[in-house]
Design a protein around this ligand. Structure first.
Ligand SMILES: C[S@@+](CC[C@H](N)C(=O)[O-])C[C@H]1O[C@@H](n2cnc3c(N)ncnc32)[C@H](O)[C@@H]1O
Length: 487
C-alpha cells in the first residue's frame, strides 16, 4: 500500500531512464466534497451508531462553509448517496459479497463503506458508470490510500458488469424457493423484518412487495397546522402554491413539495406548525374524536416526548375547555414537550413522570393517549439505518414496558373514558398481542371500532383496531387500538 504522494523523476525528453516511456506521473487524489461528506456520514453511522438524519445537517453546514461552490444540488446528492446507500445496504452487501474473495466481515469497514457507496451509484442511481467508478476510486485514494483504492477499482469494475436486475437474478434466491429470503435481498430488508411485516400485513406477494418498496422511498415531509394556533389553509398560503399540497387525510396536514425546508418556515419556528406524519395526526385525532359519555375535561398523554401528538391534543382539548397533562419519563424529552406546547391556546401541564408508576390518582382522566416506546418498524422510510440496527431481541425488551404502560393507562382513565394505545410499529408482538394480553387480565374493557374515526381513509382492514401502511396510506405504519373502560 502506498499512501504517500510520490513523484517519478523525469528526464528532459519526458521519458524515464534508459529512454523507456515513463510510468504515469503521480497525481494527487482530488477530494470531491460530496462523496467525501457521504463517506464521513456512513462512517459515523457505522462506527458510532449515529443516526443519518442527525449527522447529515452539521456535515452539510460544514461543507457549505468550507467549499465555496457547495450548493443545494451538492447537498441533495450527498443526502441521496447516504440515505440510498444505507437503505440499499442489504442488496449491495449481497452484490459486493459476490465480487470479493473473502467473507464481508473480513473486509475493513471503511473499505466496505466506499464499496457500498460505489455500488449504490452504479446500481441505484443514474450516475453514468464511468463517473461512478472513477469518483469512488478517487474517494478511495483519498480516504483509504492508493493500494486499497486499487482493490475498490477492481471490485467496482466487477459490479459494473451487470445492472441491478442482472445482479438480483444472480444473488437473490428464487421467490418460489424462499420467498422471504428473496424479498429480503431484492428489497433490502433483514429477513426477520420481512417476515414480521408480512405477518402483520397478510395477503400475497404484491402487497408485501409494495410495502417494502414504499419503505425504500423518501417520504413526503408533512406539516401539521396545530389546532387553535393556525389553520391548514393559512399554512398552505404561507408556503405558496408551488411549495405545498393539502394533506391526504388529516384536515390539519400540509405536504411539502420537493425540496421544501421546514426549518425555514416562520410558522414552524414559532410553533404554530410542526413536522408531523399524517399517520400520527390521524391517531391523535381519532382519540380526540371518539365519543365519551359524561364529563370530558381531563386528557392525558402518558408518553409525550418530544410532543408532536401532545401539541395536537392540547389544541383540540383547549377548544372543548379541557386540559391536557403531558407526561414523559426522560427529563430532556419533557423539556421538548414544554417547547412544543408553549403557545397552546388553553391550559396544559407538562410533567416528568414514569407512566408505569403514575403519580396521579387512578381514574383521573377522560381520555388517555399511550404512544408507547417501540421498535419503530413502521417508520423505516425515515430512518434508513434503523432496519439494520434493530434485533428481534428488542421486542423482548419492549414487551413488558408496553404492557405495563397500557395497564396503567387503563387504570388512569375513569369508567366510561377511553385509552388510545398507539405504536409506530406494525409488529404484531407490539400491537394486537399487547392489547389482547392486557385485556385478558384487566377485564372491564371493550375495544371500540376505530375505523369510523378515520372517515374517508380506505383500506383500514377488519377492525376494530387500525393499522396504517406507507404503501396504502402514504403514512408511517401507525397502529391504534381504542379501549373503553366499562367497569
Ligand atoms: C413513541 S415516543 C412518543 C412520541 C410522542 N407521543 C409524539 O408524538 O411526539 C415514546 C416516548 O415514551 C417515553 N417513555 C419511555 N418509557 C416511559 C415511561 N415509563 N413513562 C413515560 N414515558 C416513557 C420515551 O422517552 C419517548 O419519549
Amino acid at each position: 500500500m502506498n499512501d504517500q504522494p510520490r513523484r517519478r523523476p523525469q528526464n528532459s525528453n519526458g521519458k524515464g531512464k534508459g529512454g523507456k516511456p515513463p510510468g504515469r506521473p503521480y497525481r494527487r487524489p482530488q477530494k470531491d466534497p460530496v462523496r467525501f461528506l457521504a463517506f464521513e456520514a456512513l462512517r459515523a453511522v457505522d462506527e458510532r451508531d449515529a443516526y443519518a438524519n442527525l449527522v447529515l445537517p452539521p456535515l452539510l453546514r460544514a461543507a457549505r462553509e468550507k467549499h465555496e461552490g457547495f450548493d443545494n444540488r451538492d447537498a441533495a446528492l450527498a443526502t441521496e448517496l447516504v440515505y440510498g446507500t444505507l437503505r440499499g445496504q442489504g442488496t449491495y452487501d449481497a452484490v459486493i459479497a459476490a465480487c470479493v474473495d473473502r467473507p464481508l466481515r473480513e473486509v475493513d469497514p471503511p473499505v466496505l463503506d466506499v464499496l457500498s457507496l460505489g455500488a449504490h451509484q452504479l446500481l441505484g442511481t443514474r450516475i453514468p458508470t464511468h463517473a461512478a467508478v472513477s469518483a469512488t476510486v478517487e474517494l478511495g485514494r483519498v480516504v483509504l490510500g492508493d493500494g486499497r483504492a486499487k482493490f475498490v477499482n477492481a471490485v467496482l469494475r466487477k459490479i459494473a458488469q451487470h445492472d441491478l436486475d442482472g445482479w438480483l437474478e444472480k444473488v437473490a434466491p428464487p421467490y418460489e424457493e424462499d420467498p422471504e429470503d428473496h424479498l429480503s435481498v431484492t428489497h433490502s430488508h433483514p429477513r426477520w423484518i420481512v417476515s414480521a411485516l408480512w405477518d402483520s400485513l397478510g395477503g400475497g406477494r404484491a402487497g408485501i412487495e409494495d410495502l417494502l418498496e414504499a419503505d425504500n422511498e423518501r417520504p413526503d415531509v408533512t406539516l401539521v397546522a396545530r389546532p387553535g394556533r393556525m389553520g391548514a389553509d393559512d399554512l398552505l398560503a404561507s408556503l405558496g402554491e408551488e411549495n405545498g399540497l393539502p394533506g391526504r387525510w388529516s384536515p390539519y396536514a400540509v405536504r411539502l413539495t420537493e425540496g421544501g425546508e421546514p426549518g425555514a418556515l416562520e410558522a414552524v419556528r414559532d410553533g404554530r406548525a410542526g413536522v408531523q406524519d399524517e399517520g400520527s395526526q390521524l391517531v391523535a385525532l381519532a382519540l380526540a374524536d371518539v365519543p365519551v359519555e359524561g364529563k370530558d375535561t381531563h386528557w392525558l398523554d402518558g408518553c409525550a416526548g418530544p410532543g408532536g401528538k401532545a401539541a395536537m391534543l392540547a389544541g383540540l382539548a383547549a377548544r372543548r375547555g379541557a386540559t391536557l397533562v403531558a407526561a414523559e419519563k426522560q427529563p430532556h424529552r419533557s423539556r421538548l414537550v414544554g417547547q412544543a406546547l408553549a403557545g397552546n391556546p388553553g391550559p396544559v401541564q407538562v410533567i416528568t413522570a414514569d407512566g408505569t408508576r403514575p403519580p396521579w390518582r387512578p381514574g383521573s382522566f377522560d381520555r388517555v393517549l399511550m404512544d408507547v416506546p417501540c421498535t419503530g418498524l413502521g417508520a423505516l422510510r425515515r430512518r434508513p439505518e434503523a432496519r439494520w440496527r434493530r434485533r428481534p431481541s428488542d421486542l423482548e425488551k419492549f414487551a413488558p414496558l408496553q404492557r405495563s404502560l397500557l395497564r396503567e393507562a387503563l387504570g388512569s382513565v375513569r369508567v366510561g373514558g377511553v385509552v388510545g394505545y398507539v405504536t409506530c410499529s406494525p409488529h404484531l408482538a407490539e400491537t394486537r398481542a399487547v392489547v389482547d394480553d392486557v385485556m385478558k387480565k384487566h377485564g372491564g374493557v371493550e375495544l371500540i371500532d376505530a375505523r369510523p374515526l378515520m372517515s374517508g381513509v380506505p383500506g383500514l382492514g377488519d377492525g376494530p383496531d387500525v393499522q396504517l401502511w406507507p404503501h396504502l396510506h402514504g403514512t408511517d405504519a401507525m397502529y391504534l387500538a381504542l379501549l373503553r373502560r366499562t367497569a
